[in-house]
Design a protein around this ligand. Structure first.
Ligand SMILES: [Zn+2]
Length: 421
């Protein structure tokens, strides 16, 4: 290495040390994990394990379909009250929450979502299978809720002091048509909206995964309406079903980029009244997603043009003497995209914590409650709750083997504690 190169290398090294110093928390991840208070809280997690499992089962067995989270929210509210938080309350949207006071007023929000994707009537009874618990929703995100409760008790038992307040929230409306309504209310309307300065959602299985990217989506319901009529007697009139079929065929031929990954789906189609009637109404629900706002806007623009084309083609192809086919396009889901930079302190602290537990961190893009803070410029990540698989399927399970479950809770505790500095 020449002298000049050495100087340059030293300058770069000094610059990166300075940069790391600027982003480092007052106490590093290793220092946090080794601190007596954290060790005490960690030990408590082991003693609290049975209660964690008991509460996970109890909460899982309270159904929480989309828009019907009230019973589970009420149960969680009592559990939050019993855990030693202050200001325990339910907001107007149905989020159940409580505050753990720090020394400054800046607030870290920690969320797990109450809702599941499963409709009313789904059997949510938990079945034990060795160390696995099996039930719809047991992982996504009920384990997140139970994990949150044990973390709160551990912090309380060890008298952990944090500079920031921590607002723990069991939120509504994360899944599907809930459209992140709980997180939206919390950050755009709720009483803490101007105090929340950082945000962690506990909602994913793999703990080595840090979701720092927000996958944007737009969802629409398109309702095609027409005059209808007898399938034989009125044959030749325009038909909403044929217009919709034309639109779906055109959608299927849209070219979307593989990178940034951009997708579309026709997820639900409905309509018609009988096999021998030209329908008066048909509808389809369409989901479009992209890692990139520009690519999302492009596929959405294509979709709107296609709907208009398909309607025009149907009105040109058949008789409109009893009326035309028309399409009504309604936005039913809108999740913004964006990113919390990898070099931000919330991501760097979580990364350091994972490494200190021997995990290899990786970063990903997904659609979670963190989409909302990220779109508002509030640093946010979504972290794992511990091993669970088959989310959104009836055979969903989570593994609560004792030593790995305790380690999972310790990892989450260290990430939350580091973010509250
Ligand atoms: Zn979830």
């Amino acid at each position: 290495m020449s002298g000049r190169r050495l100087v340059l290398a030293l300058c770069l090294a000094a610059a990166s040390i300075a940069a790391a110093g600027a982003q480092a928390p007052p106490t590093g991840a290793d220092a946090i994990v080794r601190s007596p208070a954290f060790v005490a809280a960690s030990d408590f997690l082991g003693r609290d394990y049975d209660r964690f499992v008991r509460e996970l089962i109890a909460l899982t067995e309270i159904p929480a379909p989309p828009f019907k989270e009230q019973a589970r929210a009420a149960a969680l509210l009592e559990m939050l009250r019993a855990s030693g938080l202050s200001d325990v309350e339910m907001d107007a949207e149905g989020n159940a929450m409580g505050l753990r006071r720090g020394t400054d007023r800046a607030t870290l929000a920690v969320l797990a979502h109450l809702d599941t994707v499963f409709p009313e009537g789904t059997d949510v009874h938990v079945k034990r299978d060795g160390t696995k618990l099996r039930a719809p929703g047991v992982g996504d995100d009920t384990r997140g809720l139970a994990l949150m409760l044990t973390l709160i008790r551990a912090m309380d038992a060890a008298h952990l002091q944090t500079p920031h307040d921590i607002l723990f929230v069991g939120n509504v409306g994360e899944e599907g048509e809930g459209d992140l309504r709980g997180a939206k209310y919390l950050l755009l309307k709720g009483k803490y909206k101007d105090r929340i300065k950082s945000f962690i959602s506990i909602d994913g299985g793999d703990q080595s995964n840090i979701t720092n990217g927000a996958l944007g989506s737009k969802r629409y319901r398109v309702t095609f309406k027409g005059p209808g009529g007898h399938s034989y007697g009125a044959f030749g009139l325009v038909s909403p079903s044929l217009a919709m079929g034309g639109a779906i065929a055109k959608l299927s031929r849209i070219k979307v980029p593989a990178n940034p990954k951009t997708t579309f789906n026709v997820g639900v189609v409905r309509g018609g009244t009988s096999v021998n009637s030209i329908p008066t109404e048909m509808s389809m629900d369409v989901d479009m997603r992209s890692e990139s706002p520009d690519a999302l806007n492009k596929v959405v623009a294509d979709f709107h043009a296609i709907v208009q084309e398909a309607v025009a083609e149907e009105n040109a192809a058949r008789s409109t003497k009893e009326g035309k086919v028309e399409a009504e396009v309604t936005l039913i889901g809108d999740r913004p995209s964006g990113e919390t930079p990898v070099n931000s302190s919330i991501v760097q602290n979580a990364t350091a914590v994972l490494k200190s537990f021997g995990l290899t961190p990786h970063y990903s893009i997904s659609s979670t409650d963190s989409n909302i803070p990220i779109s508002l410029g509030i640093p946010a990540i979504t972290i794992g709750r511990g091993p669970s698989e088959r989310a959104h399927a009836l055979d969903e399970w989570t593994d609560v083997e004792k030593s790995s479950a305790i380690k999972a809770a310790q990892v989450a505790l260290a990430i939350v504690f580091a973010a509250a500095q």
